[in-house]
Ligand binder design. Structure first.
Ligand code: DON
Length: 564
């Protein structure tokens, strides 16, 4: 599959950013002032990479639901409108700030490798065939999305599942407009899906050309699937007829996922990881997420005077690039904690962060290599009037996951197996090199870059931030956090600010093309090998102050920011 985005289209999109974000649109009456890409509201807010999905969440909040109820509704709706990025054939992470206890809770509903998975399953005649982990039935890991959403609902929600599923069912059945981001993505992978009647019926015109942005899409089979889950999605999806259908479909295409794998799937509540950062308390998801790398990057910059260096200044960016490099070197130590002991306390300790900061000052650049980019994954954030905050990142991995749709279910299957190290030394689609810690094993969760983060100030939520874009999630979440706290940018300015990315391997500094030429030149003069790219992931954020919420989604992927 293509690993590069449509550069000219992306460039046009970036050029279009400023005029778009200055356009004021008033939605939902006088209560909300909405800038395209951003919203301000006093009590409650939903920001998602799809306007209908954001509205689905707000609808639930208005009916008296809390942020967790709304998160379930938003996630299900996103899986309909943004099926190339996420859905019930995938999995994710949810981070919850629960106002009543003042505590944070992390829910891991990441996919797991099927029981028949083996470390060498992608080796063919002694050679790794990494495409097998990306496209087709062997790429599919056991989906965790529904089990996770229902676990969150049962612990913190107040509404029946069917009520929360209603907006998604309506969208899938009555139709929803194809969003511009997906309309740009589909042509990139069209050759991989346009012969499949299920994809064709939804995303292509009768003559086989991809449908345009704004076209009304319908997925009646997915509507029927979600409806059939009733109020017990776990039992109905992971057991019985639906599980058998999924397993048969995968088996017929040479995959290894079985009905027993589905029956065995369990989401896991985990203790969030924490870092004190310049007067804030940052919380995010522990392994199997590598979100700890976000905390490491921020920890290396904590109390280091970056605020005085200037927003996106060469001096600041050089420091950032070097600490990112150190953070990504450590990423190799992260993996599923059920299989590998991840020394997270050590990695986040002041001693380790001080040593890594020191190493960051003595870096020598190495030769350049090709970048990769892809756009599965979706992120959203919700604040409710009770003061609860939910930040979710969910994914099928790359665009339309394994490029497989179970026809009668309208269900897109993930290719999350590619997030494992497919074979030693073999880079995955994001050029992250496979490490032993993250090799395939039965029942193991692949390492993830998804990093939903909630920051508290004096024990009260101050920021919810997260994003999509593989490893650029890590660098993007770190940058938006710094831009918010150190540089005091509002969320729409923070998510729009040009970003940089360094992931240790390849030894390149990826730079968004709208970073000013002067800054680029100064970084090049420092000896960095720069790779100019149209975009580095999509980040969204809600800044939280008493009675004043301000949220923004990244104009790159579009979306909705709505509130009350
Ligand atoms: O969990 C992960 O790190 C990846 N599956 C995320 C993939 C992603 O963000 C794709 N979007 N660009």
């Amino acid at each position: 599959m293509p690993t590069k985005p449509n550069f000219p289209a992306a460039a046009a999109r970036r050029r279009a950013r400023l005029p778009i974000v200055t356009l004021l649109i008033v939605v939902f009456g006088a209560r909300v002032t909405r800038v395209a890409g951003a919203a301000a509201a006093p009590h409650a807010m939903v920001v998602a990479e799809s306007a209908p999905a954001a509205r689905a969440g707000l609808e639930i909040l208005r009916k008296g639901g809390n942020a967790v109820d709304a998160a379930v509704a938003t996630a299900l709706a996103l899986g309909v409108t943004n099926a190339s990025s996420c859905g019930i054939g995938g999995g994710g992470f949810m981070l919850i700030y629960w106002a009543k206890t003042g505590k944070l809770y992390a829910l891991d509903y990441r996919e797991v490798a099927p029981a028949a998975a083996r470390a060498d399953m992608y080796m063919r005649s002694g050679q790794p065939d990494e495409q097998l982990a990306r496209t087709g039935a062997l790429a599919v890991a056991v989906p965790g999305e529904l089990a996770g959403l229902d676990a969150a609902r049962r612990r913190f929600g107040t509404m029946e599942f069917s009520r929360l599923a209603a907006p998604a069912i309506k969208l899938a059945r009555a139709g929803f407009p194809l969003n511009p981001h997906m309309a740009r993505e589909i042509p990139l992978i069209a050759p991989l899906i346009n012969q499949d009647p299920s994809f064709r019926a939804i995303y292509f015109n009768p003559d086989g050309t991809p449908r345009h942005a704004g076209a009304m899409l319908h997925n009646p089979n997915l509507a029927a699937l979600i409806e059939s889950l009733g109020d017990d999605p776990d039992a109905r999806f992971y057991h019985g007829e639906i599980a058998a259908k999924i397993a048969d479909f995968v088996k017929a295409r040479g995959g290894i996922l079985t009905a027993q794998d589905l029956a065995n799937y369990r989401p896991v509540w985990r203790d969030p990881i924490h870092l004190a950062y310049d007067g804030y308390d940052l919380y995010t998801i522990p392994p199997p997420s590598s979100a700890g790398v976000v905390l490491e990057i921020l920890g290396m910059l904590s109390n280091s005077g970056v605020a005085g260096l200037g927003v996106d200044s060469p001096a600041y960016l050089a420091r950032l690039i070097e600490v990112m490099r150190q953070g990504f070197i450590d990423r190799a130590q992260y993996a599923d904690p059920a299989f590998v002991k991840v020394p997270i306390a050590t990695l986040l300790s002041p001693q380790h962060l001080a040593a890594a900061r020191e190493r960051a000052l003595h870096h020598l650049p190495a030769p350049p290599a090709a970048p990769a980019h892809d756009h599965g994954t979706s992120n959203f954030a919700i604040v409710d009037r009770f003061g609860n905050v939910v930040e979710v990142t969910t994914t099928v991995n790359t665009i339309f996951g394994a490029k497989l749709m179970v026809p009668s279910l309208g269900l897109v299957l993930n290719d999350e197996m590619d997030d494992f190290g497919v074979a030693p030394g073999v880079p995955n689609v994001f050029k992250l090199v496979g490490e032993e810690n993250n090799e395939v094993a039965p029942g193991k969760r692949p390492l993830s870059s998804m990093s939903p983060l909630i920051a508290l100030k004096n024990g009260r939520p101050a920021l919810a931030v997260g994003g999509s874009g593989g490893p650029t999630i890590i660098s993007g979440v770190a940058q938006v956090t710094i831009d918010t706290f150190a540089y005091h940018l509002n969320p729409e300015a923070a998510v729009r600010l040009p970003r940089v990315h360094q992931q240790a391997h390849p030894d390149l500094v990826f730079i968004e093309q709208n970073l000013p030429f002067r800054t680029r030149d100064e970084l090049a003069a420092m000896g960095y090998h720069l790779k100019i790219v149209p975009e580095l992931g999509a980040i969204s954020a809600i800044r939280i102050r008493p009675g004043a919420l301000r949220g923004a989604f990244d104009p790159l992927k579009g979306g909705g920011a709505v509130g009350d």
